[in-house]
Design a protein around this ligand. Structure first.
Ligand code: HEM
Length: 406
């Protein structure tokens, strides 16, 4: 085996993407922070540091609330990428206070644990129907047949996207998400731009229609929302809907298939889960930790910071390795072991600080619902073929997961 080296962290190497965890272990041993030239980022791999930096107000998801691109020493994005940035930069995930606070406050009313809890029976029914279809067919693709349609239907239903309009949501989302990988190609950027234009146009029309004929959906709610005089601008509405639709399914789809793939590779753990369905809540958390669906998040350094004696100046970028933080032995006993009974599990898969995932309570309900339906209705579920991993590093998923039942 080759000695681990700097090349051990290589997000473009399929072998690294297949299993990045040994490289993370090596990175953590090297120290707390390390400059990575190919992306011009500072890598942070320890749980304690990732957790602290996510809460550190000297860092931000954007710098544009304080500095121009030039003042921050960065080149503005090329004009042809503009539709993507207009969309992306108006979503709360890419805003900082005070805009972030205003938009998050309005949206979070729809995502309180209590509001979301009311969706539990509906989500379960949907999961049961999808799993019944899979069982009737004797198997299929767990991604296409269960993992994907469930969260897409839930978030589309919440927003009030008519069923007949839902087919392009997933391709639009996938194309936009291409921009969240490290150093996206021009081809990926062109796809993201086209999807941004089409998705925005579609939502602009839908919002106009809801303005005329409000319903009891989230879009109508956001149009009507007043919060201490705050409202969303039309561009913020569009960006919020796109963010909710994208963030509202992408990671849940991947968590479901990554999770079942991990279960199939650990038959002893799967047998224990089948024997005791009360393990579902801890199993959901452990699978989110074990194969982290979103591997890396970035922050800009707005005011100089120091990590372990290393000064990181304003204008630099930090890449926090969530998958590594979730495998840090300083926090997780025996981190490379899948343990569905793990109780002390402060994984960071939903982030922390002001951008902590607003959809975490919903994601947990969806993941538990599909897992329970599959355990109850497809007790013989098994792998039909070795899955192919998507080549992406940041958004970690599979191309599909072929399964058999019966
Ligand atoms: C397993 C599923 C999910 C995972 C792993 C996940 C993970 C995350 C993470 C890591 C962040 C913060 C990124 C950062 O700090 O830079 C985030 C933010 C967000 N997520 Fe999720 N998410 C999931 C499901 C959902 C769902 C179901 C929804 C909505 C229905 C959602 C909506 C959002 C939104 C709107 C934000 C932005 C919050 C803000 O900036 O204040 N997510 N998510």
């Amino acid at each position: 085996m080759a000695a681990p080296s700097d090349l051990a962290f290589d997000p473009w190497d399929p072998a690294f993407v297949a299993d990045p965890y040994p490289a993370y272990a090596w990175l953590r041993e090297q120290g707390r922070v390390r400059y990575f030239e190919p992306t011009d980022q500072w890598l942070v791999a320890h749980h304690a540091d990732v957790s602290a930096l996510l809460r550190d107000r000297r860092l931000g998801r954007t710098y544009l609330h304080r500095f121009s691109h030039e003042e921050f020493g960065r080149t503005p994005p090329p004009p042809e990428h503009e539709p993507f940035h207009t969309l992306n930069d108006h979503g709360m995930l890419d805003l900082e206070p005070p805009d972030h606070t205003r938009i998050r406050r309005l949206v979070s009313k729809a995502f309180t644990p209590r509001t979301v809890d009311r969706l539990r029976p509906y989500v379960r029914e949907l999961a049961d129907d999808l799993v019944a279809g899979l069982v009737a067919a004797g198997g299929g693709d767990l991604l296409r047949d269960v993992a994907e349609p469930l969260p897409v239907a839930v978030i589309a239903e919440m927003l009030g996207i008519p069923e007949s309009d839902r087919a392009p949501l997933r391709p639009w989302s996938a194309d936009i998400c291409g921009m969240y990988e490290l150093n996206p190609s021009e081809e990926a950027a062109a796809k993201a731009v086209r999807a941004s234009v089409e998705f925005s146009d579609y939502l602009r029309d839908l919002i106009a229609e809801r303005r005329k004929n409000p319903g009891d959906d989230l879009i109508s709610g956001l149009i009507a929302a007043h919060d201490e005089g705050d409202r969303l601008t039309e561009q913020e509405m569009i960006a919020t809907c796109v963010l909710l639709l994208n963030a509202g399914h992408e990671a849940t789809v991947n968590s479901t298939v990554n999770g079942w793939w991990a279960l199939f590779r650990h038959p002893g753990q799967l047998a224990a889960l089948r024997a005791d369905h009360s393990l579902v809540p801890t199993a959901v958390e452990e699978l989110l930790r074990y194969d982290t669906p979103l591997q890396l998040f970035e922050r800009w350094v707005l005011d100089e910071i120091e990590i372990d004696g290393q000064v990181i100046p304003r204008g630099a970028e930090i890449a926090m390795l969530f998958g590594s933080a979730n495998h840090d032995p300083a926090v997780f006993a025996d981190p490379s072991r899948l343990d569905l009974t793990r109780r002390d599990n402060p994984h960071i898969s939903f982030s922390a600080g002001i951008h902590y995932c607003i959809g975490a309570p919903l994601a947990r309900i969806e993941l538990a619902a599909s897992m329970t339906s599959l355990l109850e209705r497809a007790p013989t579920l098994r792998l039909a073929a070795e899955p192919v991993r998507k080549p992406n590093f940041v958004i970690r998923g599979l191309e599909g997961l072929a399964v058999e039942v019966g």
